[in-house]
Design a protein around this ligand. Structure first.
Ligand SMILES: Cc1cc2nc3c(=O)[nH]c(=O)nc-3n(C[C@H](O)[C@H](O)[C@H](O)COP(=O)(O)O)c2cc1C
Length: 334
């Protein structure tokens, strides 16, 4: 059965540096059905890295979260899967075979795995041996358009016993831009015996409808959720674009999401400090300052006064200063 954009499942993609617990919780509050951790290094877990462990923290209320691992050594991935399983907090373990960043692929991880479907199979089997959770693969159609590996990868996932297959419809050579290959997504759905999740370039109801036409079971949203977490409810809404995009509505949503995000960040920082007493956890100001540069400044992009606010935020280092600067923008009715 082909789902429509109104009844399909919407999933928050893993975005390293962005989709930590406070943002996942926010997306959940706006209707995401499932979210993924940022990619967690299997080697990092095997070597006892504490920042890596912190990536596996969840906040109460997050709903279903899958743990994404990256690595290419079956024994390290097996260890990492056992560690993830032991936490009893994830609904799925996913293997990343799609990250194109050189620092990842130089180690043979991420998108480098696409060249070796047999190794992908072996990694998935090693993971599955250590957990009773569903195991899934997230990958791409191939390294470049004249080297389609998709069907070998799908076969590797299926023969390893995977419960799902997520396809980012762009080749590794495309990094994160350019055309999404809907034809390959549709062909993967036709051939697959397991559910396929479609990913790439979904940012509004039209692109979601286009992705849904491929027959995928679920749609994964990445960058379009940044500073726009209500996209999950908007994609299910029958309201016309002029209602969804109305400036007053957007302003209210931005204000609410900013406030909600900040609140989640503060709660999460305290959670990290409590759960990792022997580790370096940033101060409140340090924590907010990092989030300011990844997420928070985005909420006011394009609004009157946002350029000045952004300039000011660049020089800001404390929570009190952030609150004062944003408070002034809002008090001016912007
Ligand atoms: C900044 C950034 C970080 C990403 N981190 C991850 C990651 O940790 N794991 C992963 O599988 N994909 C990662 N991706 C890829 C996304 O999950 C997604 O496949 C890609 O952005 C395409 O979806 P979109 O067009 O909806 O953004 C990342 C992409 C970006 C832009």
């Amino acid at each position: 059965m082909v789902h429509s954009r109104f009844d399909i499942k919407y999933v928050l993609a893993p975005l390293a540096g962005f989709t930590s617990a406070p943002f996942r919780l926010l997306c959940r509050q706006y209707g995401a059905d499932l979210a993924y951790t940022e990619m967690v290094s299997a080697a990092g877990l095997a070597h006892g890295s504490s920042p890596t462990r912190q990536l596996m923290e969840l906040m109460p209320g997050e709903g279903p979260v899958a743990c994404q691992l990256f690595g290419s050594k079956p024994d390290e991935l097996a260890f990492a899967a056992a560690e993830a399983d032991k936490l009893h907090r994830f609904v799925e373990i996913n293997l990343n075979a799609g990250c194109p960043m050189p620092k990842i692929t130089h180690e043979g991880d991420g998108a480098a795995l696409i060249h070796d479907p047999q190794l992908v199979h072996d990694c998935l089997v090693a993971i599955a041996r250590e957990t009773r959770l569903p195991v899934t693969l997230k990958t791409r159609p191939g390294p470049k358009p004249d080297q389609v590996k998709l069907f070998e990868l799908l076969d590797a996932a299926e023969t390893a016993g995977c419960a799902g297959f997520t396809l980012h419809g762009r080749f590794t050579s495309q990094m994160h831009g350019g055309e999404v290959h809907y034809d390959l997504l549709a062909e993967a759905v036709r051939r697959a015996k397991i559910p396929v999740t479609g990913n790439g370039g979904v940012y509004n109801p039209e692109t979601a409808a286009r992705m849904a036409e491929t027959g995928v079971e679920a749609i994964m949203i990445g960058r379009a959720a940044l500073a726009n977490p209500w996209i999950f409810s908007d994609l299910r809404s029958a309201e016309p674009p002029e209602v969804l995009e109305a400036p007053e509505r957007r302003r209210q949503l931005q204000n609410d999401a900013f406030a909600g995000h900040l609140a989640n960040l503060l709660t999460f920082r305290d959670q990290l400090a409590a759960n990792f007493p022997n580790d370096h956890v940033p101060t409140v100001d340090g924590f907010i300052s990092v989030a300011l540069h990844t997420h928070l400044f985005r909420y006011f992009n394009g609004r009157p006064g946002s350029a000045a606010l952004r300039k000011r935020l660049n020089a800001i280092h404390t929570l009190a200063e952030v609150r004062a600067a944003v408070g002034e923008l809002l008090a001016n009715g912007r």
